[in-house]
Design a protein around this ligand. Structure first.
Ligand code: TYM
Length: 335
């Protein structure tokens, strides 16, 4: 329609590198579904990023398909959101290479995730792990995204994306929209249950530190009951002095909608045992419908296939336009 105002655009993604964690749910996916009416939303499965760390091929395929189902089960209606697999849209690799040539060695060396991952994978510090932020910049810039909803740990990558876009625009004139990170106030950094100074992550060495979105209720409860707290037996929000308890409070606040003051009051004079049980139960109830719906969807492979195929087509139309524009700007001869 002539007077229709173009909706602002959103792009985000998650690596299908394993089972989805409570961290990615609270920091990212949970916030996505509510954006669909106001924004034009693109959510990808970042499988090309995933191979920066060695994967078992069959597992990668299974995790990718499960993640498509989990996206839908978390409220992302495929009619209102474009859900697609990164490797299905060749434009990501195409723009990724071009942006590699506009990204500096020094700025990549400063990336926290690169430093962490190269410490954890000392026998496989490959070039992809290093240039990963340039590919992530391509993911975002291809769609001319306004906002990138992510957890706090990805903020640095959105910032380098802005630097790369500004650099490119500075040389060739307006090409890319400059995106902004969109980080939730609570839940942006969910910490490990057993070492609350580290972020909750599927690469946590202690299997009790990380809760998975599709995990069985009894396993979730067991992990919360074992969660590390402290010795002063008081439920109070103080991330520096009480990291374990504060992390549990964050999780409980997001799962129940209660404020920190309400939580402190609720558990005033009660022991940590009661508190940890309540947090576990709130997470079980939060995730139960998602797990059940994911399982139901996984039984319908044809439907899931139709979703990601349609998503890839729609995403390609937008992404290819950006690649064409960029190829022309940098001086590639038209085919
Ligand atoms: P990934 O796959 O590590 O994580 C996916 C999303 O979940 C958030 N997250 C967390 N939030 C709070 N607490 C935690 N413990 C926690 N763990 C994970 C992450 O911040 C992220 O939002 N590079 C990205 C994937 C990606 C991407 C993109 C994201 C590729 N291209 C383009 C946005 C736009 C990554 O590795 O996220």
């Amino acid at each position: 329609m002539e007077n229709q105002v173009q909706k602002k655009r959103i792009l985000s993604g998650i690596q299908p590198s394993g089972d989805l964690t409570l961290g990615s749910y609270l920091g990212a996916i949970r916030n996505w579904a509510a954006l669909a009416d106001e924004y034009d939303c693109y959510y990808m499965l970042a499988d090309m990023h995933t191979i920066t760390v060695r994967q078992v091929p069959a597992d990668l395929r299974r995790h990718t398909l499960t993640q498509v189902a989990a996206y839908i089960a978390s409220g992302l209606d495929p009619e209102k959101n474009t859900l697609f697999v990164q490797s299905h849209v060749p434009a990501h690799a195409q723009l990724g290479w071009v942006l590699d040539c506009y990204t500096m060695f020094g700025e990549l060396s400063r990336m926290t995730q690169f430093k962490d991952k190269s410490a954890k994978n000392a026998d496989n510090i490959n070039a992809g792990l290093f240039t990963y932020p340039a590919l992530m910049a391509a993911d975002i810039l291809l769609y001319q995204a306004d906002l990138v909803p992510v957890g706090g740990d990805q903020k640095q990558h959105v910032e380098i994306c802005r630097d790369i876009a500004n650099r490119f625009n500075g040389i060739y004139g307006d090409t890319f929209k400059i995106p902004a990170p969109y980080i939730p106030q609570v839940g942006a950094r969910v910490m490990s249950l057993t070492s609350p100074e580290n972020k909750m992550s599927k690469s946590d060495k202690d299997p009790n530190g990380c809760v998975y979105m599709l995990e069985k209720p009894e396993d979730i409860m067991r992990k919360f009951k074992k969660a590390v707290t402290d010795s002063d037996a008081c439920v109070r929000f103080d991330p520096a002095a009480k990291p374990g308890v504060s992390n549990l409070m964050q999780i409980y606040s997001v799962s129940t909608g209660k404020s920190f003051a309400e939580i402190e009051q609720e558990f005033d004079g009660r022991g940590y045992g009661d508190f940890k049980k309540a947090v576990g139960e709130s997470v079980v109830e939060l995730l139960r419908p998602i797990r059940e719906e994911t399982e139901r969807l996984l039984a319908d492979k044809a439907y899931l296939e139709s979703v990601y195929r349609a998503g890839a087509e729609k995403a390609s139309r937008v992404a290819d336009r950006t690649v064409a524009k960029v190829y022309k700007k940098v001086g590639f001869l038209a085919r």
